[in-house]
Design a protein around this ligand. Structure first.
Ligand code: NAD
Ligand code: TYD
Length: 371
């Protein structure tokens, strides 16, 4: 903890925070971050435990006096109304979402339900709760979103700023854009103290196997092909999940209601170069591998429909207004992440379930290798 963080922790009034999606990837990292840094706070997690939610991620917190896990859906208005009232919630960190682009292409319905209708339901419930409590200025609704709402950049375009127009291209990003607009409208129309964050691609512990980095690490360990979409030249701006959690903490404590903050790692990398780096690190760190060097497993496959070419975040506002910068470099973050996957096979092995195999078959089964 930095000195300023320590000062803040000592002088602050304890919060009563509801974290939605707290059993997912970023959500569970954020729950651990919050419980470690603010032991006196009440932390309530609301999560539907979809395929992406895993209660095991929070196992070390179960039974703690200040922690409560509730299995439930963010579209369930009655449940949320009673939770907000009963727990006297003053802060919502909203991370529950359907989050995977490839799944949104296969079936967009759940994305509209959870991301749009679920966010609307939470906002409405929180608005009524805030009014009942006489509209305290200290209440916060943090809506956690993605850089994908800004669409795709050309190679020479400047990175996304908070003022970049929205241009979502996938059902996932369109549903997140819809939810961002609702969070914004609730501030402008009702004065509800909402704040929006738009973050670049995260990586780190507890990342579900379907996403690029864990998928490649796990497939290397299993000796399976490493499916790279299209020509592998698409660019993403990678941020270690712990840095994202510190950013969300900073925004909740010092961000201004009604504002949007872009969060990013300043780590633009082409997919194929990232996969090469993962292969090299895996060759170095994994004691046993079915195929070495593992880059022999790389297979170029048919491109994702509507695949955005490049994302990049300009995080100047976060740095200048709130003093946040990432602490992890891509090298240090990737190393930590790979070590975590090597040491936590018991976490990811059960996730390669029948549901996952069916999904995998749908996305990768019929695609022809093109190399
Ligand atoms: P995730 O898919 O790992 O986790 C989502 C969690 O939400 C799961 O625990 C799931 O059970 C829960 N959930 C889904 N539908 C629900 C519902 N209807 N009611 C209650 N809970 C429900 O997602 P993630 O990668 O941790 O992303 C968290 C948030 O951050 C999302 O809003 C996502 O859009 C955003 N985001 C993610 C990234 C990234 O790189 N992963 C980057 C920027 C922003
Ligand atoms: P992903 O982790 O799905 O995140 P997002 O689509 O939200 O950026 O994918 C990151 C990049 O990696 C994206 O350009 C798609 C690409 N990709 C592959 O090439 N192969 C894969 O198997 C996956 C899952 C992703």
């Amino acid at each position: 903890m930095t000195d300023s963080q320590q000062e803040r922790t000592q002088s602050r009034k304890p919060r009563r925070i509801l974290i939605t999606g707290g059993a997912g990837f970023i959500g569970s990292n954020f729950v651990h971050h919050w419980c470690t840094n603010y032991e006196g706070d009440r932390v309530v997690v609301l999560d539907a435990l979809t395929y992406a939610g895993n209660r095991q991620n929070l196992a070390s917190l179960e039974g703690k006096a200040n922690f409560r896990f509730v299995r439930g859906n963010i579209c369930d208005r009655a449940l949320i109304d009673s939770l907000l009232r009963e727990e006297k919630i003053d802060t919502v960190a909203h991370l529950a979402a359907e989050s995977h682009v490839d799944r949104s292409i296969l079936g967009p319905d759940a994305f509209i339900q959870t991301n749009v209708v679920g966010t609307f339901t939470l906002l409405e419930s929180f608005r009524h709760h805030w009014i009942e409590e006489k509209q305290p200025a200290t209440y916060r609704f943090l809506h956690v979103s993605t850089d994908e709402v800004y669409g795709s950049l050309e190679p020479d375009d400047p990175p996304f700023r908070e003022t970049t127009p929205y241009a979502p291209n996938s059902p996932y990003s369109a549903s997140k854009a819809g939810s961002d607009h609702l969070a914004r409208a609730y501030y402008h129309t009702y004065g509800l103290p909402t704040i929006i964050t738009n973050c670049s691609n995260n990586y780190g512990p507890y990342h579900f196997p379907e996403k690029l980095i864990p998928l490649m690490c796990i497939n290397i360990l299993l000796g399976k092909p490493l499916p790279v979409y299209g020509d592998g030249q698409n660019i993403r701006d990678w941020l270690y999940v712990g840095d994202h959690c510190r950013a969300l903490d900073t925004v909740l404590h010092r961000g201004r209601p009604g504002e949007t903050y872009n969060i990013g790692g300043n780590n633009e990398v082409k997919n194929i170069d990232l996969v090469y780096r993962l292969c090299e690190l895996m060759d170095e760190l994994a004691p046993e591998l079915p195929m070495r060097p593992s880059r022999q497993l790389i297979t170029f496959v048919k491109d994702r429909p509507g695949h955005d070419r490049r994302y990049a975040i300009d995080a100047t506002k976060m740095r200048q207004e709130l003093g946040w910068t990432p602490q992890e470099t891509l090298s240090s973050g990737l190393r930590k992440t790979i070590e975590w996957y090597l040491n936590n096979r018991n976490w990811w092995q059960p996730l390669l379930s029948q549901e996952y195999q069916t999904y995998y078959q749908k996305v990768y089964g019929q695609v022809e290798p093109v190399n």
